[in-house]
Design a protein around this ligand. Structure first.
Ligand SMILES: Cc1cc2nc3c(=O)[nH]c(=O)nc-3n(C[C@H](O)[C@H](O)[C@H](O)COP(=O)(O)OP(=O)(O)OC[C@H]3O[C@@H](n4cnc5c(N)ncnc54)[C@H](O)[C@@H]3O)c2cc1C
Length: 278
């Protein structure tokens, strides 16, 4: 149907981004291709520690999943998106396809090795998430392709992560967010992935912050140095959610806290987190 209708058609998943845009007349498609009635598109499958999500899997299903509970950073993300109504309708496939700079999923999934399956009339291809998100509201999808699966690779042993966002209230997008995923070997950080959300057009990989931890003992000094590098890597805009400088300061604080939680989780500690609300 996408091939048939071209630019006149839009896919409808949970409708939590598309319907508000249509209400505001920013989007005005002649045809909606409703994915909600296609069986077999909502699932969470685990295989040897890797997870596969159907594109229509709702945030609320991910939040409640026992398979996802084994990767706490994914639970942090799903449980913190907006409110119950949005989580009951919104889907992981729709979120990634929307590529909203303030969306949570891409920031979190980029700390894990995630691939996106794109399906179209020419067949099926797999794109690493970092290549899938091209720009704000822009992905690698061809006009006649859809997201058919989200695949998260298994994590190495002794890995742990955390996702924290600062929000003015539950039903709004974050002001800033930080996703941290670490692999530990005793006291030494073997590997680190640090992504910053809502402070750039796409999630920002804080490479210097990662280097400040990789191969090092996680001391207060190393955490502060990583947080400072993350602050410098952020590229926020001043808007109704706060000034650019305010958001940079937030990012530093969120990264600090997320590293602490990630280390504890990597050591097997059960740590419950919630986003931070103003
Ligand atoms: C009040 C409110 C607060 C919100 N707060 C947050 C928040 O804090 N964090 C957050 O991350 N999100 C938030 N959202 C957005 C929410 O997470 C949406 O679920 C998400 O952005 C889009 O998913 P959807 O399934 O609703 O997609 P839809 O709105 O149905 O579709 C979005 C876009 O993706 C396309 N699309 C949908 N599915 C596919 C597919 N499988 N393949 C290709 N293209 C597809 C559609 O054509 C459309 O262009 C909020 C939404 C609302 C209304």
């Amino acid at each position: 149907m996408l091939s048939q209708f071209g630019d006149d058609a839009k896919l409808l998943a949970g409708g939590q981004s598309l319907i508000p845009l249509m209400k505001l007349r920013f989007a005005n498609p002649k045809h909606l291709v409703d994915l909600n009635f296609i069986p077999g598109t909502s699932y969470i499958k685990e295989e040897n520690g890797a997870l596969r999500f159907g594109p229509m899997t709702r945030h609320a299903e991910i939040e409640a999943s026992s398979e996802v509970a084994k990767i706490p950073i994914l639970h942090d993300c799903a449980a913190g998106i907006a409110d119950v109504q949005v989580r009951n309708r919104g889907t992981i496939g729709g979120s990634l396809a929307e590529a909203d700079p303030s969306g949570d999923w891409a920031t979190v999934l980029m700390t894990l090795q995630t691939n996106i399956r794109c399906l179209g009339p020419k067949g099926d291809r797999t794109v690493p998430l970092a290549d899938f998100i091209k720009d704000a509201y822009t992905t690698a999808l061809a006009p006649d392709e859809l997201v058919s699966e989200v695949m998260v690779n298994a994590r190495p042993k002794n890995s742990g992560g955390a996702y924290l966002a600062f929000k003015r209230s539950a039903p709004v997008y974050p002001t800033a967010s930080a996703a941290v995923q670490l692999t530990m070997e005793g006291d030494i950080c073997k590997d680190a992935a640090i992504l910053l959300g809502c402070v750039g057009l796409i999630p920002i990989k804080a490479k210097e912050a990662e280097s400040a931890l990789r191969g090092k003992q996680i001391t207060d000094k190393a955490i502060s140095s990583a947080a400072e590098s993350a602050r410098a890597a952020a590229d926020p805009q001043s808007d109704m959610r706060g000034s650019a400088e305010y958001k940079r300061t937030l990012v530093g604080a969120l990264v600090k806290r997320a590293i602490d939680i990630a280390v504890r989780r990597a050591r097997g500690e059960h740590v419950e987190v919630s986003h931070i609300y103003a």
